[in-house]
Structure formats: C-alpha cells, structure tokens
Design a protein around this ligand. Sequence first.
Ligand code: FAD
Ligand code: AMP
Length: 479
Amino acid sequence: MADKFDVIVIGAGPGGYVAAIRAAQLGLKTACVEKWIGKEGKVVHGGTCLNVGCIPSKALLEASHKFVEAKHDFDDMGIQAGDVSMDVKKMMARKDTIVKNLTGGISGLFKANGVTAIDGTGKVLSKGQVEVTDQDGKATTYDADSIVIAAGSVPVEIPPTPLKEGLVVDSTGALEFQETPKRLGVIGAGVIGLELGSVWNRLGSEVTMLEAMDDFLPMVDTAIAKETQKLLKKQGLDIKLGARVTGSEVKGEEVVVKYTDAKGEQEMTFDKLIVCVGRKPYTKGVVADGAGVELDERGFIQVDDQCRTSLPGVFAIGDCVRGQMLAHKASEEGIMVADIIAGHKAEMNYDAIPCVIYTFPEVAWVGLNEQDAKAKGIEVKTGAFPFAASGRAMANNATEGQAKIIADAETDRVLGMHIVGQHAGEMIAQGVIALEFGSSAEDLALTCYAHPTMSEAVHEAALAVEGHAIHMANRKKKK
Ligand code: FAD
Ligand code: AMP
C-alpha cells in the first residue's frame, strides 16, 4: 500500500517547494509531487521560476547589461576593454548551468528537510486522496490529511500570433535564442516583455514592442513610469503604445505582424517575434472532475484569504490562484498554508508585496501609487529624490531615475514607494518593511542611512515629503 502523508503538495515551483519544506520543518510528514521534465529528460524541481522564469531571465539580463557596460560605459571610467563582443551560445550555456545548479539544489533541500519527492503528475481525486501518474503511465494513490495545489501558470497564447518554433515564441522560447535576431518584435510591454526586449536590445537587436494599452506600466506611479519609458526609449527600445496586434503571417524565415493603432492598420516584419501577453493559471488535470474544487470565472482555483479551496483540507497557492503572479507571493502563501496546516495562526499582507522589473535601471514598487491613492479618495503627500543628486549614483555611473514615497496627508503613514534606478529591486525592501511596520514617512526620515549608498535616495525622498530634503532644492518648505 502507498504511503500516507500529513501533507501532499502538488507542484514544486516557488509556491509548492517552499510549502513542502516549511511543512516538513514543522514536523509534518510531507511529499511534493512534480512532473516538470528538464533538459536532461528527468523530473526537475523549481517550476517556472527556476526553469524558465525569474532565474534564467535574470541570468540573461545580467550578462547583457555587463556587455553594454563593457562596450559603452567602461571607457568613461578609464577602462580600456578593447573590442567587446558577446558569445550568445556561451551566455545561454551559463544560464543553463545556473538553472541546473538551482533546480538540483531544491532536490537537495527536500532531502535535507525530509520531504519525499514524488515524480509524476498529481491529481486530487477527493478530500485526502491524490493520484500520481508516473512517466510510464503507472498510477498510485496516496492518502494525505491535507493537500496543497501549487500548479502554477503558463503563457497566454493569442489567436493572431500562433507560436512557431524558433520564430514566433513565448517567454520560454525567448530564453533559448542561440543568436541575436536582427529585427525583434515583442507583443506586450508588460514586465516580462520589457525584460526580454531589454536583453536582446542590449545585444544588438532592433526591438519593437507592440502594446495594446495607451498607458505605459499603469500599475506604476505615473512619474516613475514616464521616466522609465523615457530611459528605455533612450536605450533604443521602440515601445509603441496603443498598438493592438491583430494578425501575423510567417513568410519563410520572417514573420509579418499586423496591428492597429491610432493611425489605422499597420504592418511590420520581424526576424523573431516574442509573444508576452500575460500568463494564465495552469489547472489542467490537477483536480478530478466533480472532486469539489471550484475555479473562478477566469480559471483560477477559487480560494479564501488563507488559500483554502472549496474542498475542505485542500489549499491552493501561487500563480494558480488570484493575486499577483510573482514567485515571492507564491512562496509566502506556501509558508502561510504550511503554518495553518500545522495548527498555527497565519495570514498574508497582500498590500505589501513588492514588484520589480529587472530592466536597467530597475523599476520597483510596493503599495499604492499617487494616481491610485487619489482615485481612492485618499489625500496624499509625496516626496521624490532624483538619483542625479546622489553621490553614490554618480560614482556608480547610474544617475538615472528617482525614488518616490507616497504618504497619507493626514497620518503621514507610508502608503507606497515607487523607484526607478540602479538596484531599485534591492531598495524596495525598505518600502515593504515600512508598509509592514505601518511606518510614517517621518520614521524613514529620522532613520540613519549609510553614506554613500543608493538607498540614501529613499531617505531623501522621505525628507522631501515635508520639504526637507538636504541635497536638492525642495518644492515646499515646512514652517
Ligand atoms: P510555478 O513556478 O509555475 O510551478 C508550478 C509547478 O507545478 C511546475 O513545476 C509544474 O510542472 C507543476 N505542476 C503543475 N501541475 C502539476 C501536476 N498535476 N502534477 C505535478 N506537478 C504539477 N516572478 C518574480 O517574482 N520575479 C521575477 O523576476 C519573475 N520573472 C519571471 C520571468 C519570466 C520569463 C516568467 C515566465 C515568469 C517570471 N516570474 C517572476 C513569475 C514566476 O515565475 C511565477 O510567479 C512563479 O514561478 C509562480 O510560482 P508557482 O509555484 O505558483 O508556480
Ligand atoms: P503582463 O500582463 O504584465 O504580462 O503584460 C502583458 C501585456 O500584453 C499587457 O500590457 C497587455 O495589454 C498586452 N497585450 C495583450 N494582448 C495584446 C495584443 N493583441 N497586442 C498588443 N498587446 C497586447
């Protein structure tokens, strides 16, 4: 008879593997089921994030950024690097090694924490029962007191641009180009589109981004989004807003894309096309018909604030449930759910989840932006500080961007922090902590920051909320 577990987790992405490790740490007998077949033909852990998401994209972003620095910025600092070129295949091989090491690391963490890894496709049969079908088609049923579904998400495909291997690709395909395309089209100027477009733009592609919406990064504070758009344009990214793709045709080695914009029907030809129009929950086959786990109207597994599904004892977390599709959101939900299963009190603060776009400079934000706060009828006061006035930014050759704090006009409580600048993704942790601790802008202003650091811009932005920034002329003065 198959083993019985306290907890079975389906999916070993950042939601599932973290939930499994935490559950095992809390003394629960835990198994994690995974079906992802890696490049070596064996099951690998880590899900989208480690295999085809966060990590490989960042490996390419870092390499391509260093290439641009060596080619264009080193000279400024007196470094004579000579002719700089990029070996794309080597860059890809390095990315693959990082993925291999990290995914292997999860298997190691499972062993160290006593999580039983089960290779195969998991399906919730009913309350407390999971069937796992292995690569040979053999099915085994396991009992578990609690089940966590962490099945993740997959890229959205749109009818106008059916994928064609190596030519019209999704984000996964865009991480596998073995040479730099001359003319690259990217559909969707969201987070993933901007990151992938940046990689290939830096390596020499002529990149055109076609974005259906008229607004650029509407979830980001308008001042920060506007500056980001300007900076990316300066780098050569041609971002066409209000451009809705309506069709495409593969002609030999090229793809002709049709789109409509304010001027009417348009057409462009590319050597490669990346379709980055979002992701959708992946729930195929993960629950048996009639088992009682409900989906919502958009196909997400329906859950309450603590990730309980409609079937008692079954939880769902990460990209397959409502909320932002982010690895750290999935992981935090995994920890919360494991804690709840172990009998502890736990909850998530969905208002304090940071988002980062790993362009150069990075864009990072948490909490409300100024326009949304105002739309909610909240009276706000803001403070912003440009990196152009930061000593460390000058030393780093990274004077572009700004940090902005949005605070409640009456209580001074920090409502949001939005940054565009080098290392914004690291700096935003300060905003997350401010929100978590219910800090005021004055709390940040009264905090001692190390000098010289990029984070001093956050300190100055906090001071600027009351018109007291030291290293710039203030817009307003406090009496
Ligand atoms: P996933 O990581 O998708 O994992 C789900 C796992 O479940 C998969 O391994 C899948 O094989 C498995 N599974 C599904 N069904 C079954 C089944 N029936 N049986 C067994 N196993 C099953 N997020 C960030 O926070 N930061 C970033 O920088 C970032 N960059 C990204 C870049 C790209 C190009 C992409 C595509 C995504 C990026 N993301 C990023 C998003 C991030 O990858 C996801 O939010 C995150 O992976 C979601 O975690 P998850 O555990 O919910 O799902
Ligand atoms: P994200 O949701 O951050 O992954 O971004 C996906 C982006 O793709 C969104 O900004 C959408 O507006 C955009 N998008 C979706 N469909 C189309 C389309 N047919 N043409 C152009 N852009 C699109």
